[in-house]
Design a protein around this ligand. Structure first.
Ligand SMILES: O=C(O)CCC(=O)C(=O)O
Ligand SMILES: [Fe+2]
Length: 318
C-alpha cells in the first residue's frame, strides 16, 4: 500500500489541459491516473503490477549491488545489517547536502549502472518510466542524465534537520515553467517506511516553480511509504529529500534521472558509453536515442556546411 496523502485534483483548466495532452504511450499503458498525480502532486508512485518489472529482477539487482558495495567499500554488506564493519569517508570527500562530520554519513552512491549489467539498462528504458518522463519533459527531447543506486544504512542523522530537501533542477535559472527540465525515477529495491528512511517530498511543490524555502519545506514534507518494487516518479521542480533510517538494515534504490536535451547530463554517455552494451538491451534503438549518441550538440568539429567558391570558365574580356 502506498501511503502519502493524495489530494483532490484542483478543478483548474491548467491541469485539464495538460491531462488532455497525454501521449499515446500514456493511454496504451493505462497511465492516466499517474499523469494526473504528477500534475497535482509533482510525484506519483507506480506499483509493480503497472510497470511490469518482476520482483525477482529487484532481488537480482539487490544481490548485484550488495556485492558491488562490498567490492567498492571493502567489507560485506547485508540487507539486515548494512556494512559489516565501521566505514567512513575521508573528510575531503564529504559532499554538499550531507553532514559536515563525515562520520555521520551513512550512505553512498554506486554510479554508472548501465555499464554494469543489462538488467540496469532494461530498467532505464522501462516503458512506463519512459512514458512518464516523456510526459514531463517532452517526447523527442528527453535524454538520460544518470543511473545511480542510493545505498543507505542505519544512522540518526540522514540528511540532517533539512531532510536534504531540494529540487533536482535547482541549478537551472528561474523562472521555471510547467515543463520539467529534468525529471526523476526512484525504484524502491527495498520497502520504503518512515523509520526505514523513506523518500520525503512536498506535495504540489513543483507548482511553486522555485527552489525549496525553509522552514516551510520541512514542515510540509510527507514520507512516501511504498513496498519494494514501487516506482517513484517526480518532476525536477518537486521539493524532495529523505528521512533518516532509524532502524537496522539497508534502504536501496535506483535513481534513473532524465533531462531535457538542452540541459547538461550528469553522466557522460555519448563519448564514453560502450556501443556494444547499448545494443544489448530490450530496445537498442531507444537506448541509443536516450544516450544522445547521434545528437547534434555538443559538436567537436565544424558541423554546419560551408559554401565554396564556384569555379566558372573565365569570362571573355570586354
Ligand atoms: O532517496 C534519497 O536519498 C534522495 C533521492 C534523490 O534526491 C534523487 O534521486 O534525486
Ligand atoms: Fe534529488
Amino acid at each position: 500500500m502506498v501511503k502519502h496523502t493524495e489530494r483532490a485534483v484542483p478543478d483548474s483548466t491548467q491541469v485539464k489541459t495538460q491531462y488532455a495532452n497525454r501521449s499515446q504511450a500514456v493511454v496504451d499503458l493505462g497511465l492516466e491516473h499517474y499523469v494526473m498525480r504528477l500534475e497535482v502532486d509533482g510525484l506519483c508512485v507506480v506499483p509493480p503490477e503497472v510497470h511490469g518489472v518482476p520482483i525477482s529482477i529487484f532481488d537480482d539487482m539487490v544481490n548485484f549491488l550488495l556485492a558491488k558495495a562490498e567490492q567498492l567499500v571493502g567489507c560485506k554488506f547485508s540487507l539486515d545489517k548494512g556494512p559489516h564493519a565501521e566505514v567512513a569517508f575521508q573528510s575531503s570527500q564529504s559532499r554538499s547536502g550531507l553532514a559536515e562530520d563525515p562520520s555521520k554519513i551513512t550512505q553512498f552512491l554506486i554510479q554508472q549502472l548501465c555499464g554494469e549489467h543489462r538488467m540496469f539498462r532494461d530498467l532505464a528504458i522501462n516503458a512506463t518510466a519512459i512514458a512518464l518522463m516523456r510526459h514531463l519533459i517532452g517526447s523527442k527531447v528527453m535524454r538520460f542524465s544518470s543511473n545511480n543506486s542510493f545505498i543507505k544504512w542505519q544512522g540518526d542523522f540522514g540528511y540532517g534537520p533539512s531532510l536534504g530537501l531540494h529540487a533536482d533542477q535547482s541549478a537551472l535559472p528561474l523562472p521555471w515553467g510547467r515543463t520539467a527540465l529534468t525529471a526523476n525515477t526512484n525504484w524502491c529495491l527495498t520497502d520504503y517506511t518512515l523509520d526505514g528512511g523513506a523518500f520525503a517530498f512536498v506535495p504540489g511543490s513543483h507548482r511553486f516553480a522555485c527552489r525549496p524555502e525553509f522552514p516551510r519545506a520541512v514542515e510540509q514534507a510527507v514520507p512516501v511509504e511504498a513496498p519494494k518494487g514501487s516506482l517513484i516518479v517526480f518532476h525536477g521542480a518537486t521539493w524532495h529529500g529523505a528521512y533518516p533510517r532509524k532502524i537496522p538494515g539497508m534502504r536501496i534504490s535506483i535513481a534513473n534521472y532524465y533531462r531535457h536535451m538542452m540541459v547538461n547530463s550528469q553522466e557522460e554517455y555519448r563519448n564514453s558509453f560502450d556501443r556494444a552494451l547499448a545494443q544489448d538491451c530490450e530496445d537498442p534503438e531507444l537506448f541509443r536515442a536516450l544516450s544522445g549518441f547521434k545528437d547534434e550538440f555538443p559538436y567537436a568539429t565544424q558541423s554546419q556546411p560551408i559554401p565554396k567558391v564556384v569555379e566558372r570558365a573565365a569570362l571573355p574580356e570586354r
